[in-house]
Ligand binder design. Structure first.
Ligand code: UT7
Length: 338
């Protein structure tokens, strides 16, 4: 942070609280569903799905694997990775559009499942951008000094809101959960700090009809089914994503060359590679997991981060950009020094 009214050479960077990544974990349902199996359910082919989306398989939750159950498993893995216990956590933010119930929140169910009875827990709904919104929200809580350690979770069971007769949507989505443990620590206030360096959130409700669920407790009194004008979403996605990533570079004073890993929302391989290309991010820096997970909405980024951390790609000190676009539209990015 630069104190205003000073010349650049006299500028003083002020120490500030950063939300640093202490641990990461994820969980996938037991049941894997391949494209070949989908060929028997709807009029589609493995070749079409791979060519248009990059997806080869996804995981589908059984009745016992509710969103909160997936979230609890991911949170436990993240706590173990952090070397912390559930009692060290005083904030839980769960991004989901597929809660177990309309209420109570999935976050409080996860809190209870972890045996935590202190602090605060709440859900946040920004569809596929949910995890970016949740990271940004938890970061602001930690920066304010009100909370010390947060579990930020993306957990989804989109298989429950799909029309399994609609080939234009049912082949795209999957279930899963991922979690980050963020901890407040003092940083120097510059881009060399560890932690969340910036987050950029946007939304525009004029695009509601392009991607939505056609029911809800306050309208139809039902859960509803996912509807998407895929081609239309595709048209907007690359432009919106690149804008918000460029804003994150600008706000943090960093560049695509400095970036170590680009970990986008995993909806479609073509959107991911086109965005990276437009941003000048080298293909070898792009983490792609849509092939094995499908589109898991708010869970896709923490699932991808966990894969790249566990296979040794993401190392301490690496600059990592996450970004997403989803229903609303909502879109956003966050830059993390791991
Ligand atoms: O996570 C939130 C954000 N969501 C997204 O980012 C999704 C964005 N959109 C997409 O990823 C792509 O638009 C899709 C993968 C959904 C579709 O790919 P596309 O290249 O835009 O295909 P299209 O919708 O233009 O459809 C092309 C053709 C159509 O047939 P005709 O009209 O050309 O005869 C579709 O009926 O492909 C047909 N089609 C299929 N064929 C075989 C649509 N779904 C399928 C399918 N299998 N599953």
């Amino acid at each position: 942070m630069i104190r205003s009214g000073t010349r650049p050479e006299e500028s003083i960077t002020l120490k500030r609280i950063r939300s640093i990544v202490r641990g990461i974990g994820s969980y996938l349902p037991k049941r894997k569903l391949t494209n070949q199996e989908l060929e028997k359910i709807v009029d589609t082919t493995h070749e079409w799905i791979v060519q248009r989306t990059g997806i080869e398989q996804r995981y589908i939750a059984d009745d016992s694997e509710t969103t909160s159950v997936l979230g609890i498993r991911a949170a436990e893995a993240a706590l173990a990775d952090a070397g912390l216990t559930a009692q060290d956590i005083d904030l839980i933010v769960c991004a989901t559009s597929t809660p177990d119930h309309t209420f109570p929140s999935t976050a409080t169910m996860i809190q209870n499942g972890l045996g935590i009875t202190h602090g605060a827990a709440f859900d946040l709904q920004a569809v596929c951008t949910g995890f970016v919104y949740a990271v940004a929200t938890a970061d602001k809580f930690l920066q304010s000094g009100s909370h010390k350690r947060a579990l930020v979770i993306g957990a989804e069971t989109f298989s429950r809101i799909l029309d399994w007769n609609d080939r234009t949507t049912c082949v795209l989505f999957g279930d899963g959960a991922g979690a980050l443990v963020l901890e407040a620590q003092e940083g120097e206030g510059n881009s060399a700090d560890r932690g969340i360096l910036t987050s950029q959130l946007r939304s525009d409700g004029r695009y509601r009809e392009k991607l939505y669920v056609d029911g809800g407790p306050g309208s139809t009194k039902t859960t509803g089914i996912l509807k998407m004008e895929g081609r239309e979403v595709f048209k907007f996605a690359v432009g919106m994503v690149t804008d918000v990533v460029q804003d994150a570079f600008k706000a943090s004073g960093t560049t695509p060359e400095e970036l170590k890993w680009f970990v986008p929302h995993q909806a479609n391989k073509r959107i991911i590679t086109a965005s990276a290309d437009k941003l000048g991010i080298a293909p070898e820096k792009v983490v792609i997991t849509v092939d094995r997970h499908g589109n898991t909405s708010a869970a896709s980024i923490p699932l991808a981060l966990d894969v790249a951390r566990k296979d040794g790609r993401i190392k301490d000190g690496d600059l990592v950009m996450i970004e997403a676009i989803g229903g609303g539209f909502t879109w956003g990015s966050a830059l993390i020094r791991w």
